[in-house]
Design a binder for this molecule. Sequence first.
Ligand code: FES
Length: 293
Amino acid sequence: MEAMTSLADDATVVQRILDHIDRGTTDLGTTTWREPVENYLSEARFAAELRLVLRRYPIAFCPSAALPEPGSYLARDAAGVPLLAVRGSHGQVRAFRNACRHRGTQLASGAGCGKAFVCRYHGWTYGLDGSLRHVPHEHGFPGLDMSARGLVPVETTEAQGLVFVTQEKPPLGDAHLDSLPPLIPPGFRLTRSSEGEVPVNWKILAEGFLEGYHIRSTHPETFYPLQFDNLNVVEHFGRNNRIAFPYQAIHKLRAVSHDERSVDGKLTYVYHLFPNVMVATFPARSSWSCSSR
Ligand code: FES
């Protein structure tokens, strides 16, 4: 399979899928790859992955819809670091280390909406922009420069319906976010959110989204009756991938001219956003998954 830097239009993807159906084939890589088991088990490798991969590049922290209004916040770990993302009073999303600048207590957990963050330990209070606004009994901290004691910011960018954070400076000239296609349309609401722990390396979870070879065996009563076993179109853009999972309904497009073929209800695109986030498109909704260990 040739490496690509941009994504094909829907009609081209549909034609590639129909050709695969007719030939009984799927997209394949140009080489075979064997991943050493040790790469899933090594704690040293995991620590290196966190440092070199998850913290160094922009990674999707949450959908924009998780922060729908000024004051909306979400706290969770990213690459092992507790972060707090909040939409400010003018709509800008910022992210911070979720740690009070007094003695490090986490300021928020889960999701919510408020006008300030008040530390539950001694009451230091921070604005939505992270600035330190109030210190009870301030006379006990002679020389305290409140302007220098705001929450520690993390580089934050909102793009294509997602909030990205970069915990360390990305490589020079990194254009990761510039290559993103539209992912989650404006106006989408967050309808459900859940968090769980699966006792596997984070790459195991991510890899499950990258192939349709498991559809028949793993999803015999859900996806398989509607989709195809082991039939995907795989594209690369930047460090990311897009995998098309067609539905049986795609046969209806054989009767539609090339330029009028719409993929609505005919396939799911899974966008793998390097390194650990998946965005899957479904009719009238999208799902967002993040694998972090
Ligand atoms: S640790 Fe937050 S106010 Fe003391």
